[in-house]
Design a protein around this ligand. Structure first.
Ligand code: ZN
Length: 107
């Protein structure tokens, strides 16, 4: 008979958490690639730094989705990638949120 582990719940919990991270990350990539192509990039300035990319509600109506948090990607996939989203980098997204306009870059 195998000895009982002292804290059997710890390992299981860690596995679950790591698994959920992986699933969320793959959903995020799928959604970003759907809205901006592969590899994903900012629709305004062309930034391709993956960690900086965010999903933007084109019509600034994100309040309804805010409570979903990371599950917004799951919700978007479930709803067959609805219209009204675009991919922006953190800088462009912040600027748009503050001014309701996208920054203009002269590249
Ligand atoms: Zn940008």
């Amino acid at each position: 008979m195998a000895p009982k582990r002292k804290y059997p719940f710890i390992k299981k919990e860690m596995k679950t958490s790591a698994y959920l991270c992986k699933v969320r990350e793959s959903r995020r990539r799928m959604v970003l690639e759907h809205y901006s192509g592969s590899p994903p990039k900012c629709q305004n300035c062309g930034n391709t730094t993956y960690e900086m990319l965010e999903l933007d509600h084109k019509n600034n109506d994100g309040k309804k989705d805010r409570k979903l948090g990371a599950d917004i990607y799951q919700s978007i996939i479930k709803n067959s990638f609805p219209e009204g989203f675009q991919v922006l980098c953190a800088n462009c997204h912040r600027y748009k949120t503050k001014t309701e306009n996208l920054p203009i870059y002269s590249l």
